[in-house]
Design a protein around this ligand. Structure first.
Ligand code: PGA
Length: 253
């Protein structure tokens, strides 16, 4: 089943790396990345260097933004317009990362508006969902995820849903060194696929790519990606060095 879905290795740099570091990273990756059409590789740098990186992205590496507003323009100091991202030829945008939900009050409703805006501007949304430790311990992981998925995808057509990449990132696994076991991650991703199936049917849900994120590194990535429903990884810490990023891509191949 997973073989028809192209794998994705995505590096979320968060608020890290200077322009010099970032350019060295992409030169090294472009030189050493095995050229292929089986794995989609994406980097999400800080917004001010998006343009510079897009201009140097090379053949296989794609560039995405970590956030954007859902409106095209207006009095929103400090925000980033989807129209600017399109102008800069950015290809992807992270929507609803748990750090945005936690520190910048992103809600399921704003996430929904942002996904719609991304699609309108031809940006591929990487729609992040995931439960807090507290919810997991209470046994309410699937309730939290269903709420995020159903509200996040509200009024989005099946045709548009196919353009979205979902990233399941349990919040307790992000930056903590703790990962869900590959079986746990796969089971939860299967539940997310079922939720998508309830909205759009099996044909769509079997095509939507769902990534796992949370302390993924070169040592655990093979095991995670060998699972039936895990289509790739959204990686923070282990994506900051080119050698480590290349190892992740090699593992996905
Ligand atoms: P991590 O971050 O790999 O450092 O846990 C993942 C993410 O936040 O996307």
């Amino acid at each position: 089943m997973s073989s028809s879905r192209k794998k994705v290795i995505a590096g979320n740099w968060k608020m890290n790396l200077t322009l010099d570091n970032a350019l060295s990273f992409i030169y090294e990756v472009n030189e050493n990345l095995p050229s292929n059409d089986r794995v989609e590789t994406i980097i999400f740098p800080q917004s001010p260097i998006l343009s510079e990186l897009v201009n140097n992205q090379g053949k296989d590496l794609k560039i995405g933004a970590q956030n954007m507003h859902y409106l095209e323009s207006g009095a929103y100091t400090g925000e980033i317009s989807p129209a600017i991202l399109k102008d800069l030829k950015v290809s992807y945008v992270l929507i609803g990362h748990s750090e945005r939900r936690q520190y910048y009050n992103e809600t399921n409703e704003s996430v929904n508006l942002k996904i719609k805006a991304a699609i309108k501007y031809d940006l591929i949304p990487v729609f992040c969902v995931g439960e807090l430790l507290e919810s997991r311990e209470k046994g309410s992981t699937n309730i939290v995820l269903a709420n995020q998925i159903y509200k996040g995808l509200k009024d989005i057509s099946a045709e548009d849903a196919l353009k979205i990449i979902v990233a399941y990132e349990p919040v307790w696994a992000i930056g903590t060194g703790k990962t869900a076991t590959s079986t746990e991650a796969n089971d939860t991703i299967k539940s997310i696929r079922n939720m998508i199936s309830k909205l759009y049917g099996k044909d769509v849900s079997s095509k939507v790519r769902i990534l796992y994120g949370g302390s993924v590194n070169a040592n655990n990535v093979v095991e995670l990606l060998s699972q039936s429903d895990i289509d790739g990884a959204l990686v923070g810490g282990a994506s900051l060095k080119s050698a480590s990023f290349i190892k992740l891509v090699e593992a996905a191949l």
